[in-house]
Design a protein around this ligand. Structure first.
Ligand code: NAP
Length: 256
């Protein structure tokens, strides 16, 4: 874990504070940008993407000084989770919103799966969000805050060739509903389930991409801003908890 803040030097935030995991680039960065545009101070968590995280922080701080900060942690390491939670709470002395966005994603055909893949996919997509919620539940409760988990429509039906990832996201879906009960009434817990929004960093063929788009009702790929706006909606939806909002162009209704 890097860049832990000292509680004695905690700054004051102007307004609400959000911690977004895996936010240096792609969807996480779009969520951070949307929240920042709406006045949040943002804590950009990253693991390897330090250059992108620092560039994002600089960009946000140029728009509004002292409105962004980055924190490094490998969420596969249990001991780095409390350290991340402490650094997040201490940086501005408050926390209102946790977005569990960080995720490992790659295929694991059943007979070729390894224990290392199991640990990596389950830990980043499920164990880390659970223990981060646990570590931050008190501070979120003080501020009547909320938690938003980035799930996947395949949590419901399993993505072929990706059983471990699908199991992890199914767990994250149940975690969302379970923690909504555990943390009520002070902390709301919701999820956003993306369909096809940004292509994964591993290459897909044009035919494979078109086959995915063909299974949406809206007939096109979504945008990271569609997910960010869903997160912002849930962050403000004061009477909504334990819900999972699919942002998938209707893909989860497709019949085959
Ligand atoms: N993109 C889509 O169309 C889509 C579809 C369905 C669901 N989703 C979900 O939406 C969320 C965002 O999607 P995305 O495509 O933007 O995600 P992504 O690029 O695959 O991953 C986001 C970040 O997760 C971080 N991460 C992975 N393992 C980590 C670990 N062990 N410790 C700390 N950080 C770790 C990485 O940070 P570093 O780069 O700093 O290492 C990475 O940049 C994810 O939860 C994903 O499952 C996305």
């Amino acid at each position: 874990m890097g860049t832990a803040s000292n509680p004695k030097t905690a700054r004051k935030a102007n307004g609400k504070v959000a911690l977004i995991t895996g936010a240096a680039k792609r969807v996480g960065a779009a969520i951070a940008e949307c929240l920042h545009t709406h006045g949040y101070s943002v804590l950009i968590h990253y693991n390897h993407s330090s250059t992108e995280a620092r560039a994002l922080v600089d960009k946000f701080n140029q728009i509004r000084p002292n409105s962004a900060h980055c924190l490094q942690a490998d969420l596969n390491h249990m001991d780095q989770i409390p350290a991340l939670a402490i650094a997040a709470q201490n940086h501005w002395g408050r926390l209102d919103l946790l977005v569990n966005n960080a995720s490992a994603f790659y295929p694991t055909p059943l007979t070729e799966s390894t224990q290392a893949q199991w640990d990596n996919l389950i830990n980043s997509n499920l164990r880390a969000p659970y223990f981060l919620c646990s570590e931050l539940s008190h501070t979120l409760s003080v501020n009547k805050g909320c938690i938003i988990n980035m799930i996947d429509i395949h949590a419901q039906r399993g993505l072929p060739g990706h059983p471990i990832y699908s199991i992890a996201k199914a767990g994250l879906e149940m975690m969302t509903k379970s923690l909504a009960k555990e943390l009520a009434p002070n902390v709301r817990v919701n999820g956003v389930s993306p369909g096809a929004i940004l292509w994964p960093e591993v290459e897909l063929s044009d035919d494979a991409k078109q086959a995915i788009v063909d299974k949406t009702l809206i007939g096109k790929l979504g945008q990271d801003s569609d997910l960010a706006e869903a997160v912002y909606y849930l962050a403000n939806a004061n009477y909504v908890t334990g819900q999972i909002l699919a942002v998938d162009g209707g893909k989860s209704l497709y019949s085959h």
